[in-house]
Design a protein around this ligand. Structure first.
Ligand code: GLU
Length: 420
């Protein structure tokens, strides 16, 4: 039977597996299998030619036991409720693993931002807040950027929310531009966090990051900065891709030239002096580290067996399916789970929120130091948990271990709050 690729079913399956291993209380498990609240809305937007289009939007607030729900908003043509639910669940585990004072949420709009003008995007962003604003707030639910949403979009959304509230509410949303009281370091924090995990994971498997070969799937906010930062660490990025396709060069790719090619031609495939490859080939290339940094369901039961890397760093949300997880584990490929690897984004979002709430701002060095401390602690508790189970003769994946740490925290908070 072909593997089920419904992201929410996958999220539930991952939770079920962790629940079984950790012997999770049945009621806690029942609560955590489903989102706390699901909101949908239809958003009318006037297009530049004068006609009105109606866009369908979602906001899923998964669990708020540990704090206001937190998570990005995606603008994507294939957006759907099951993906948003899955991503909201993963945000819950992500914030809990990082031990920051947030629950989990996610939002989305079915639209194709590449086909929309700046003004249309602004009207859609403001429309989203008019539709969902009453369910948001700095102490309620705090959105952020995600696939195809930008700091500019966050600024419009914060502005619209502030207008509705009748006062400035900078802390209602994170990932804002610096001008609108965003945080230093937020722009590349997802990739930066991923690099701290690269450093720790490489140390564990005795891989020298200097000179290590890397393939990155995706050239958006996560992938492009990961390229830049990995290169600065001395690694050699030999393959990169975007939604159109990828390029490969054994001697390594040049970040500046690649960014220019992308800008000029619309794809990394416009890069001269490298061979063109597909997204599938990129994942299977002969490298030390593979970084899926685009979208979900990229390494599945179909291709997991062909992965040659020693280390997989999940910088995207949900790129590796449960069947693929098992195959990678059997092949002794170290697979670092998404809600650990990409948690740098929400960790610095948390810093942004804290700074907004007390109106006092940190330097970029302070941000990176604090990020390093939190994400390295998450890595250590994941590996420690994996080893504790190993000592008891139970072999579990790093993902299972990370789930155990985070689910245990949410369950304990729900318990002491008296939810079950
Ligand atoms: N969208 C990012 C994520 O999936 C960041 C979320 C946030 O900063 O709230 O982790």
């Amino acid at each position: 039977m072909a593997e089920e690729l419904n992201p929410f079913k996958i999220a539930q399956e991952q939770l079920d597996e962790a629940a079984k291993i950790m012997n999770l209380d049945e009621t806690a498990h029942k609560i955590l299998r489903e989102p706390m609240r699901v909101i949908e809305a239809n958003i009318p937007v006037e297009m530049d030619d004068g006609h009105t289009e109606v866009f369908h939007g979602f906001r899923v607030q998964y669990n708020d036991a540990r704090g206001p729900t937190k998570g990005g908003i995606r603008f994507h043509p294939q957006e759907n409720i099951d993906t948003v639910k899955a991503l909201a669940a993963w945000m819950t585990w992500k914030c809990s693993l990082a031990n920051i004072q947030f629950g989990g949420a996610k939002g989305g709009v079915i639209c194709d931002p590449k086909k929309m003008s700046e003004k249309e995007l602004e009207r859609l962003s403001r429309g989203y807040i008019r539709a969902f604003g009453k369910f948001l707030g700095p102490k309620v639910d705090v959105p952020a950027p995600d696939v195809y949403t930008t700091p500019q979009i966050m600024a419009w959304m914060m502005d619209e929310y502030s207008k509705m509230a009748g006062r400035d509410e900078f802390g209602v949303i994170t990932g804002k531009p610096l001008e609108d009281w965003g945080s230093e370091g937020r722009f590349n924090s997802t990739a930066m966090g991923g690099m701290y995990i690269l450093r720790e994971a490489a140390r564990l498997i005795k891989l020298d990051v200097k000179g290590a070969t890397v393939a990155i799937q995706g050239f958006g906010n996560a992938g492009s900065f990961a390229f830049d930062l990995a290169t600065k660490l001395g690694a050699k990025v030999v393959a990169i891709s975007d939604s159109i396709g990828g390029v490969y060069s054994k001697s390594g790719l040049n970040f500046q030239e690649l960014a220019e090619a992308k800008k000029k031609t619309g794809s990394v495939q416009g890069y001269a002096g490298a061979s063109k490859i597909s997204n599938a080939e990129l994942l299977e290339s002969d490298v030390d580290v593979v970084i899926p940094a685009a979208i979900e369901d990229q390494i599945t039961e179909k291709n997991a067996d062909k992965i040659k890397a020693k280390l997989v760093l999940e910088l995207a949300n949900g790129p590796v399916t449960p069947q693929a997880d098992k195959i990678l584990f059997e092949k002794k490929i170290m697979d670092m789970p998404d809600f650990l690897v990409n948690s740098g984004g929400v960790i610095v979002s948390y810093f942004e929120w804290v700074q907004n709430l007390y109106s006092y701002y940190w330097t970029i060095d302070e941000v990176y130091q604090r990020l390093d401390k939190i994400i390295t602690a998450s890595f250590n508790s994941t590996i420690r948990t994996q080893n504790e189970y190993k000592d008891r003769g139970i072999k579990i994946t790093p993902r299972d271990a990370a789930y155990i740490v985070s689910v245990d925290r949410v369950a304990k908070t729900m318990k002491t709050r008296g939810w079950y």
